[in-house]
Ligand binder design. Structure first.
Ligand code: ADP
Ligand code: MG
Length: 469
């Protein structure tokens, strides 16, 4: 281990102070530059003897490359030095500590917060198409606690260091390592996807899936073939469960691919704060205003909500206080228009719902001798009832789709006549309702970064104007 027990090592040009943490290979200290700036940095001391033989040189080359990388979500390597025992990496200081501490002081994170973290952390991997191989909450740092931006640390190291030491003892914690890394000792970039699954699991449920009381219990869990079960509480969105299940697939050949991962609706890279967020928000607002002028309230509302999904990351991305204020002022204006539209849409929706119900009653009268048709109409009524419950949109949508499937079959077999006409109308009504609900679910699941909004004081108004009740 680097750093003698009696205090931090000495290093030219810096005053090393408190120990920030230590990981598998290194000890990290907070330090000040002796030069005029008194700049605060973090210095990572890696003992040369912990490196694979012949790896030191490779590592130095790698460090040289890392020095050239500037990315908002990667810990910046400013410089490096070495002596006979250690390599010293002089890095930007991350005042917010690591993600492990962040999760555990909060116990669990809400889905939306976990998503923003995932997007931050993965942006770099995605853009450069490179792998980390040692992803875990301890290697994900927070720039600050007030406005946490995630930064990946420990980059480019794992390639040079086998997870097994010379005595074939596993280095580091197997809690985050993919089973193939531990069991087969043969692995590739896909281990990152497993680790992302574990981190997400821990963020949402408070502990990693293989949390154990003893090493033998842990080993059994890693070696077993059991499917990873997700706790029922806290309840998560379907997309989130689906993603977790597909990341935590033991067999790397069956695990979600990188491509499918980055396209997954929960990851939602589209709404990640970026240079484009503002332009996309603005383009959607232009369309919303146009629909609004044409009197198409539902479409306009939907577009305003989609625009807000981009305004929030745009606010997150913007660093200039004045421009940020200007965006916020606009957003408030759109939110208030969305509120008005919501009132209009929901009253006309109530009227439609009533019309649909009375048409269905008539059809039911004419279907007394048709049990299958009656059953399908029952499903449609159950859907309508669900629709009126708070938060019942997804269930209602499933029921409508089920009922529609049945009714379409029946419609195909129905001879011409009054009943066929009514059945036809019913099918059309149900389709319209299903479409409407789909819009609504989409709006409800809009991906505002709740935390940012809360801070900006916009959150409640945005959220309520985009959920129709
Ligand atoms: P290792 O390679 O040994 O795992 P890490 O680079 O992961 O070392 O650092 C170990 C710990 O030190 C981290 O988990 C974190 O708590 C702390 N740390 C590392 N780098 C920084 C930094 N730049 N700013 C603040 N804390 C840091
Ligand atoms: Mg580490």
């Amino acid at each position: 281990m680097a750093g003698p027990a009696w205090g931090p090592p000495r290093l030219d040009g810096f005053i090393l102070t408190e120990r920030l943490g230590s990981g598998t290979y290194a000890t990290v200290y907070k330090a000040y530059a002796k030069k005029d700036t008194r700049e605060v940095v973090a210095i990572k001391c890696v003992a040369k003897k912990s490196l694979n033989k012949a790896s030191v040189e490779n590592l130095l080359t790698e460090i040289e490359i890392l020095k050239g990388i500037r990315h908002p979500h990667i810990v910046h390597l400013k410089d490096f030095q070495w002596d006979s025992d250690n390599i010293y990496l002089i890095m930007e200081f991350c005042a917010g500590g690591d993600l492990s501490r962040f999760i555990h002081t909060r116990r669990i994170l809400p889905e939306k917060v976990a998503r923003v973290f995932m997007q931050h952390a993965l942006q770099f991997l995605h853009e450069r198409n490179i792998s980390h191989l040692d992803l875990k909450p301890q290697n994900i740092l927070l720039s600050s606690l007030e406005k946490p931006h995630l930064k990946l640390a420990d980059f480019g190291f794992a390639q040079h260091m086998s997870p097994w030491d010379e005595k074939h003892v596993l280095r580091g914690s197997p809690l985050y390592m993919a089973p193939e890394m531990v069991c087969q000792r043969q692995y590739d970039a896909r281990v990152d996807l497993w680790s992302v699954g574990v981190i997400l699991y821990e963020a949402l449920f408070g502990q990693p899936p293989f949390a154990s009381r003893s090493f033998s219990e842990l080993e059994e869990k890693i070696r077993s073939n059991r499917v990873i079960e997700l706790p029922l509480r806290p309840p998560l969105s379907r997309d989130c469960r689906d993603l977790l299940q597909r990341l935590l697939e033991r067999d790397p050949n069956r695990r979600i691919s990188f491509q499918d991962f980055f396209a997954h609706p929960w990851v939602d890279l589209e709404h990640m704060p970026s240079r484009e967020s503002l332009a996309r928000a603005t383009a959607l607002v232009v369309q919303a205003v146009k629909k609004d002028q044409d009197g198409e309230a539902v479409a306009a509302l939907s577009l305003y909500c989609q625009a807000l999904d981009f305004f929030v990351p745009a606010l997150h991305y913007e660093v200039d206080a004045q421009r940020k204020e200007a965006i916020k002022a606009k957003v408030r204006q759109y939110v208030s228009r969305a509120e008005e539209l919501k009132a209009i849409v929901s009253s006309s929706n109530q009227a439609l719902l009533k019309q649909g119900t009375s048409a269905r009653d008539l059809l039911r009268e004419m279907a007394r001798d048709k049990p299958r048709l009656l059953a399908a109409l029952e499903v449609a009524s159950a859907a309508t009832a669900k629709e009126e419950e708070a938060g019942g949109e997804q269930d209602a949508l499933d029921l409508y789709q089920h009922g529609l499937g049945e009714l379409l079959v029946l419609l195909a077999a129905e001879p011409p006549g009054r009943r066929r006409e009514l059945l036809h109308t019913e099918v059309q009504n149900l389709m319209a309702r299903a479409e409407y609900l789909k819009e609504q679910v989409k709006m409800r699941e809009s991906h505002w970064a709740a935390e940012t909004l809360d801070k900006e004081g916009l959150s409640e108004s945005v959220r309520s104007s985009c959920t129709l009740q």
